[in-house]
Design a protein around this ligand. Structure first.
Ligand SMILES: *[C@@H]1O[C@H](CO)[C@@H](O)[C@H](O)[C@H]1NC(C)=O
Ligand SMILES: *[C@@H]1O[C@H](CO)[C@@H](O)[C@H](O)[C@H]1NC(C)=O
Ligand SMILES: *[C@@H]1O[C@H](CO)[C@@H](O)[C@H](O)[C@H]1NC(C)=O
Length: 227
């Protein structure tokens, strides 16, 4: 994989950079979420046609390439109309995903006692977690390279926690101080043994612990990434 990236001709890389910087001027395109996947599809020249001009010869391939990010990112490649996000701030929108192999003991160990550097640990009653109305959240589905049985681990996790933990329990989440990409967010939360993660569209990352019943807190609390 790495060597494949290394041999991409400089011209192609430059083209992608130019395209991406052009895309970033499109107000609606969610660059923080889409940039890496969009550039992958652009490098492979899978999204070159222009449906707005009646040429949708590439639409299907482009859609397959973007996968679960299609809905969020199709406007970044000119495949769909730009979304109008101007009425809602990025901090009120988030993307959540369940992680496949949570390690509850690891997450608890990392979040107990002194707060680790560069992050903030927040605990609150799970009742509070469930009381807020979910506004603008998108759920990332499973990637195509993962198993089809997506409901099995999810159900077993819920069953286990529902039977052993009541609404008085605390939901513990971790916020990283700095802004990170959604990919980094997922990686960090996986490496902490988290059960889920929530990535706010201002690039604030929240890892969600095993006791949480829903998708953690809906408030942005990343110290260096609040807007
Ligand atoms: C549609 O777009 C593709 C990719 O840019 C191009 O190769 C093809 O010639 C176009 N077809 C038409 C009918 O314009
Ligand atoms: C986006 O929505 C806002 C408020 O709903 C509206 O004022 C604005 O004209 C819209 N912008 C576009 C490009 O549709
Ligand atoms: C997926 O589900 C099928 C039946 O629904 C089951 O037979 C199979 O073992 C499951 N695979 C995994 C990896 O859990």
């Amino acid at each position: 994989m790495r060597s494949a990236h290394a041999v991409i001709p400089a011209a192609a890389a430059l083209m992608v950079l130019v395209l991406l910087s052009a895309l970033s001027q499109t107000e609606a395109c969610n660059k923080a979420l889409c940039a890496s996947d969009v550039s992958k599809c652009l490098i492979q020249e899978l999204c070159q046609c222009r449906p707005s001009d009646g040429n949708c010869s590439c639409c299907k391939e482009c859609m397959l390439c973007l996968g679960s990010l299609w809905e969020e990112c199709c406007d970044c490649v000119g495949m769909c109309n730009p979304k109008n996000y101007s009425d809602t701030p990025a901090t009120s929108k988030s993307t959540v995903e369940e992680l496949h192999r949570p390690i509850p003991s690891l997450f608890r160990a990392l979040t107990e006692g002194d707060a680790p550097i560069n992050m903030m640990v927040v605990s609150f009653p799970v009742a509070e977690e469930l009381s807020h109305h979910e506004s603008l959240v998108s759920f990332l589905g499973q990637r195509e390279d993962q198993q089809q049985n997506i409901s099995l681990p999810k159900n077993s996790i819920h069953a286990r926690y529902d039977s052993t933990r009541g609404p008085d329990n605390l939901c513990t989440v971790v916020y990283f101080d700095d802004c990170v990409s959604i990919r980094q967010c997922k990686l960090y939360c996986e490496s902490m043994g988290g059960s889920k993660y929530r990535w706010f569209h201002n690039a604030c990352c929240e890892c969600i612990g095993p006791e949480c019943l829903d998708y953690g807190s809906k408030s942005v609390k990343c110290m260096n990434c609040m807007f």
